[in-house]
Design a protein around this ligand. Structure first.
Ligand code: FRU
Length: 550
């Protein structure tokens, strides 16, 4: 039975009960958005995984359908793991997914809709000529999974990537097919990187370097594009991506020289966000990103809540027009249809130690956008570029209470008025000592979020309250920087500088819940900052949130 627990999200995608992980096979087809996802039919921990399936007309209200794929054949009897969907002309949508056989070997399979004219795509067939790709003796049969959406190249071949590893080297294999049935592995991986471990859930897509409004479909082969390769690292449960060039004739991807490849790479999201996947939305010509946010409370908590995991609000993905060196992300516009009560504040100076309350909305279920103006950078703390600071180390030492020059300033969310519990999301502006340019740190810090004890990251049975951080690549030429947070009881998604840096965090306050949660704008830097505007909305629960697979 479903308990309406006070940590349960209201407007995020979540089935009524049990465990979920990766988003699978997102697609727009015949008027419906489809989302499949890894789902445990039996409980709130990982296991018994099927492809659960929901559809939506607007990416906000969802309707659950019967499970699309579940273990039933020799080639997937021990698991139906992650994969994707490709629209194949003449065939309709085709699923590629990873099946696990009796010996725990991973292999790639396909499935086709029983009736491609059904916009719901309710029934899926797994033909008997599966699998389409088996690991050969040179490959790692227990690390060979998560096929990407395929694309059709000019040479008449379909191509897809499959994640893998050899010892500590992360690998993305590339396969070719003429008929979407017989697949041949290219001689070399499309890309690989030493010391990164297994590459789960690769994603590979082009972005335009001149059009900053529309996304590109996978088969785009014209000029003015870069490719993005994202991988999910199972050792640390975070993802990174590079921007680079794809050479179709050689079947090679080469990251750009200024796009770090490895543990210090760029991230779609610097917080609790994993196994993400994009798709091209033919309806609105945009590329949309889905991603999974796991719980960070204890396994015990999950079992007693009866559910674990949610999907973040889908985000559009574009190349950053200002530097063309990174991507920018923004919650899909449809989510704004859930905005209800609204408050606005204008032009307020906040001095050091001051905190302004945002009243008149529901702070535990809200969408808030703030624009700050920092004025002068004179008081900014020096940033010594001869030392390579990791943003997370800085955030750990310089929390929201540690007085700075310019900043920390930002939002205090899910707070009790006495700040016994609170989750701050904030910026801290440093000044690069060699160039005098600003270096901006963004943190979302769960350490003070809950009175419940953190039992440390190595304890499986833990409540985990980590700080998360990333740098924000802005020049602050006009002094402005914005922050938007989507707050939904136990999940906070924050977008710095219009989506240049994104951080998702899961938090579990015990007092700052429902009506007892408060929202503030704050400044703990010696420099006064101006809040040019705050726009805040209560968020409604979607009318139809029956994501419930049973
Ligand atoms: C990523 C992942 C995938 C796998 C799936 C199994 O979270 O481990 O690599 O296909 O989850 O549920």
């Amino acid at each position: 039975e479903l308990v309406n627990h006070f940590h349960r999200s209201a407007f995020h995608f979540q089935p009524p009960k049990h465990w979920i992980n990766d988003p699978n096979g997102p697609l727009y087809y015949k008027g419906f958005y489809h989302l499949f996802y890894q789902y445990n039919t039996k409980g709130a921990v990982w296991g018994n995984i099927v492809w659960a399936h929901s559809v939506s007309k607007d990416l906000v209200n969802w309707e659950a359908l019967e499970h699309a794929i579940y273990p039933s054949k020799w080639f997937d009897i021990k698991g139906t793991w992650s994969g994707s969907i490709t629209l194949v002309p003449g065939k309709g949508p085709v699923i590629l997914y990873t099946g696990i056989n009796q010996n725990e070997t991973q292999m790639q399979n396909y499935a086709i809709p029983e009736d491609p004219s059904d916009p719901y795509l309710r029934k899926w067939i797994k033909p008997d000529d599966n699998p389409v790709a088996m690991p050969d003796y040179t490959m790692n049969g227990s690390d060979f999974r998560d096929p990407t959406t395929a694309w059709l190249s000019k040479d008449g071949h379909w191509r897809t990537l499959v994640g893998s590893r050899k010892k500590h080297r992360g690998i993305a294999y590339i396969y070719r097919s003429r008929d979407f049935r017989h697949w041949v592995k290219a001689k070399h991986p499309v890309h690989s990187k030493e010391s990164t471990g297994m590459w789960e859930c690769p994603d590979f897509f082009p972005v335009s370097t001149i059009d900053f409004e529309n996304g590109l479909d996978l088969d785009y082969a014209g000029p003015n594009a870069k490719h993005v390769l994202k991988v999910s690292l199972d050792m640390t449960r975070y993802e990174y991506y590079t921007l680079g060039k794809y050479y179709p004739k050689k079947d090679r991807y080469v990251p750009n020289g200024d796009s770090p490849d490895g543990w210090d790479g760029l991230r779609f999201d610097y917080g609790n966000f994993y196994a993400s996947k994009t798709f091209f939305d033919y309806k609105k010509n945009r590329r949309i990103l889905w991603g999974w946010a796991n719980e960070s409370d204890t396994v015990e908590d999950d079992i007693s809540k009866g559910w674990a995991g949610l999907q973040v609000i889908p985000r559009t993905v574009l190349l950053d027009s200002s530097n063309k060196k990174q991507l920018v992300f923004w919650p899909i516009e449809e989510i704004e249809s859930l905005r209800s009560s609204y408050v606005r504040m204008n032009n307020k100076d906040i001095e050091m130690g001051q905190r302004l309350e945002v009243k008149g909305i529901t702070p535990a279920q809200a969408d808030v956008e703030v624009t700050f103006n920092v004025g002068s950078l004179e008081k900014a703390e020096p940033f010594d570029t001869s030392y390579t600071y990791k943003p997370l180390d800085l955030c750990r030492v310089k929390g929201s209470n540690v007085t700075g020059g310019v900043g920390p300033f930002g939002l205090i969310t899910l707070a009790t008025p006495d700040l016994e519990e609170y989750t701050p999301i904030f910026f801290r502006v440093f000044k690069d000592t060699s160039t005098n340019k600003p270096k901006v740190l963004m943190c979302s810090d769960a350490r003070p979020s809950s009175l419940e004890q953190d039992r440390g990251p190595l304890n499986q049975d833990r409540m985990y309250k980590p700080p998360f951080a990333g740098f924000v690549d802005v020049d602050l030429a006009d002094g402005r920087i914005s922050l938007r947070s989507l707050i939904d009881h136990s999940v906070i998604e924050s977008f710095g500088a219009l989506g240049k840096t994104v951080i998702t965090s899961r938090v579990y306050p015990v007092k700052a819940v429902k009506e007892n949660a408060h929202l503030y704008v704050f400044n703990n830097g010696t420099q006064t900052v101006n809040v040019e505007s705050v726009d805040a909305w209560s968020m409604e629960r979607p009318l139809q949130m029956n994501n419930g697979a049973t």
